[in-house]
Design a protein around this ligand. Structure first.
Ligand code: SF4
Length: 115
């Protein structure tokens, strides 16, 4: 099987060709080793860092930006977004505070301070 991908690790956006033959995965078109790893991961275990916002219950019209501490499997993104959408937190919030603990093998943390 052959797949054509665009590497999203940096703005250069190299066009990758990934060939999968059994357990063998070959990546070409990458200008650096990060693209090699991206191509392999994207075709064997695709993951994404998820960013979103969470409602701050004790502040009027206030949301706090959040992200997953580590990438999660793409297949879990929809379920994670449902958890994040149902979540409310109270200020004060510091950058790095844990908003959701132990979700799909990682944490959701705040990326903005709310006083
Ligand atoms: S292969 Fe390397 S240089 Fe090309 S887009 Fe990916 S990270 Fe950037």
């Amino acid at each position: 099987m052959k797949r054509e991908l665009t590497c999203i690790i940096c703005p250069r956006g190299c066009g990758l060709t990934v060939e999968i033959n059994g357990d063998s995965v070959t990546v070409t078109g990458n200008a650096c080793p990060k693209g090699q790893q991206y191509g392999v991961d994207e075709c064997t275990n695709p993951t994404r860092t998820v960013t979103s916002i969470v409602r701050v219950a004790n502040r009027v019209d206030t949301m706090v930006s959040v992200k997953t501490e580590n990438p999660i499997p793409k297949e879990n993104i929809f379920d994670l977004m449902q958890i994040i959408c149902a979540k409310e937190v109270n200020a004060p919030i510091e950058i790095g505070d844990i908003i959701c603990d132990d979700v799909f093998g990682t944490k959701v943390i705040a990326t903005k301070q709310v006083k």
